[in-house]
Design a protein around this ligand. Structure first.
Ligand SMILES: Cc1cc2nc3c(=O)[nH]c(=O)nc-3n(C[C@H](O)[C@H](O)[C@H](O)COP(=O)(O)OP(=O)(O)OC[C@H]3O[C@@H](n4cnc5c(N)ncnc54)[C@H](O)[C@@H]3O)c2cc1C
Ligand code: FES
Ligand code: FES
Length: 470
């Protein structure tokens, strides 16, 4: 074991000891003179704190824009952190993104500018010739209150492909031993090591991408006690197709999983694209979204409708559980102390099954659902031969609409069946009124989403999706 956090800061190896493990990267930077990175919201919503984290992987070094306000410093271990201070070259020349921002008059008060520059530097690195839609998607998590987005987007579209960042010597960091700080923070390096660590610390807080857990510290000022971090559990990040399933390691991020899930379930890809922002999707994991147990998490309704199965692990024992059985009550899950989500098995779709998924939120990007609905329906000669549903925002947990499903199964898929299913929804759910939506709005929207499913699976007209980026 070692207690030094080792990463590359800019282009130089950097070691840190004696730091409280839930210190955020943003706090650390600003306390140590790197004040180019700004704090706006401290909850992942505004992008002012955006930096780039680079990490070596199977496909080379991956460069990701992240919100440093909700990332703990030890999560940098073994990685490279690039801040706005590191963009200028040794001879003082601006990074092409900085120059483009100047040339396009894309900054007024400048508070948001370092965050925009870092998001665009990540885009420039990963996709040197982006479309306007790709630029908009990259910037959906960066807020500017005074310049307006047009010159910023113009700056992004004016960029020419460039040389990219120099790759540092990650091997020199020597991070093979497990990072363990003050008996309060452990970063195991394999699933087996994770299982052992959690057996020894069964009441520890598990920290994955910390896009939820980070806010417990920055907004709720909660003491997390002992933390077991999953960042270095590399064998829980993989996504493979085998035996009729897409097997998703619980540490796979949304960005990791989006392409493979979209290929089989296009609507699920569209849903994931609307989860948080690029920065959130670069760190947030599907395992975290499920284990968080929120009634308004976006992936559970879709994965319940698809029939996903969780692989839970405690020590060397594994157990499989249908996702719909995992949620026991408001933010209460079936996880036992010392147990964790190791993998999510998503069945491949049957050739004749149709999957539809709808997210209703006040804002298109970077917003939590008021209602989320997903359906996997099979029609045989106009009759509903199979139906599974998943709903978010309608109950204390993500849930299926069993009575509406019963009203559909084995019936001709026509207006009468639809009306019966819409009526049955009222027996399935008694939604709440909260700041996102009223109970009556939720109930009405839910009924209308069933009608939307009906129209989309019966009308001859081509399907129009307004949420597909141009
Ligand atoms: C700005 C912003 C926007 C967001 N937008 C959305 C959105 O649109 N839709 C949405 O659904 N969510 C959204 N979220 C919430 C969050 O991003 C997701 O819930 C995310 O998937 C959590 O994953 P994580 O890896 O960051 O989990 P963490 O924050 O690390 O952990 C979340 C919870 O899961 C537990 N946990 C994590 N991994 C495991 C595991 N393998 N085994 C057992 N327990 C585990 C943790 O202990 C904790 O209780 C948003 C958050 C922010 C800050
Ligand atoms: S300070 Fe707003 S996203 Fe980090
Ligand atoms: S330039 Fe002022 S907030 Fe963007």
């Amino acid at each position: 074991m070692r207690d030094e956090i080792r990463f590359i800061l800019g282009d130089k190896p950097h070691g840190i000891r004696d730091v409280a493990p839930t210190t955020t990267v943003l706090e650390y930077l600003r306390a140590n003179g790197l004040t180019g990175t700004k704090e706006g919201c401290a909850e992942g919503d505004c992008g002012a704190c955006t930096c780039i984290v680079a990490a070596p992987g199977a496909a080379g070094v991956a460069y990701k824009a992240v919100n440093t306000c909700i990332m703990f410093v030890p999560a940098l271990d073994g990685k490279q952190l690039i801040t706005v201070e590191h963009l200028q070259s040794a001879d003082g020349a601006l990074h092409p993104v900085q120059q483009a921002m100047v040339d396009n008059h894309a900054s007024q008060c400048g508070f948001c500018t370092p965050g925009f520059v870092m998001s665009l530097a990540a885009l420039h690195q990963n996709n040197p010739s982006p479309t306007r839609a790709e630029v908009n998607d990259e910037l959906a998590g960066n807020l500017c209150r005074c310049t307006g987005y047009r010159p910023i987007v113009d700056a992004a579209l004016s960029l020419k492909p460039g040389a990219g960042f120099a790759v540092p010597d990650f091997g020199a960091l020597d991070t093979a031993a497990m990072l363990a700080i003050d008996n309060a923070y452990f970063a195991p390096r394999s699933v087996a090591e994770l299982a052992d660590t959690l057996l020894a610390h069964p009441s520890a807080t598990i920290a994955a991408g910390t896009t939820d857990v980070g806010l417990w510290v920055t907004k709720l000022h909660r003491d997390l006690g002992t933390v077991v971090a999953l960042d270095a559990v590399f064998d829980m990040r993989g996504i493979v197709e085998a035996d009729g399933f897409i097997r998703i390691g619980a540490m796979a991020t949304y960005e990791d999983a989006m392409a493979v899930l979209s290929a089989h379930y296009p609507d699920l890809g569209l849903l994931i694209r609307r989860i948080g922002s690029k920065q959130i999707r670069n760190r947030g994991t599907i395992g975290g979204n499920i284990a968080n147990g929120s009634p308004i998490g976006d992936s559970p309704p879709a994965l319940i409708a698809i029939g996903a199965v969780l692989v839970l692990r405690k020590g060397s024992e594994q157990r499989r559980m249908k996702l719909e059985d995992f949620f026991l009550g408001y933010r209460k899950t079936a996880l036992q102390p010392g147990e964790f989500v190791e993998r999510i098995d998503v069945p491949l779709p049957a050739p004749d099954a149709v999957f539809r998924c709808y997210k209703i939120s006040k804002r298109f990007d970077q917003d939590i659902s008021a209602v989320c609905a997903a359906f996997l329906i099979t029609l045989s000669h106009g009759v509903v031969s199979a139906i599974r549903s998943g709903w978010g925002g309608m109950a204390a947990t993500p849930a299926m609409s069993k009575q509406a499903e019963a009203a559909m199964l084995g019936k001709p898929w026509n207006e009468n069946t639809l009306l019966a299913a819409m009526k049955a929804l009222d027996s399935d759910f008694t939604p709440l009124t909260d700041m996102r939506a009223s109970a009556i709005y939720r109930a009405t929207v839910a009924r209308n989403l069933l009608r939307k499913l009906f129209v989309e699976t019966t009308a001859d007209t081509p399907r129009i999706r307004l949420d597909i980026p141009a």
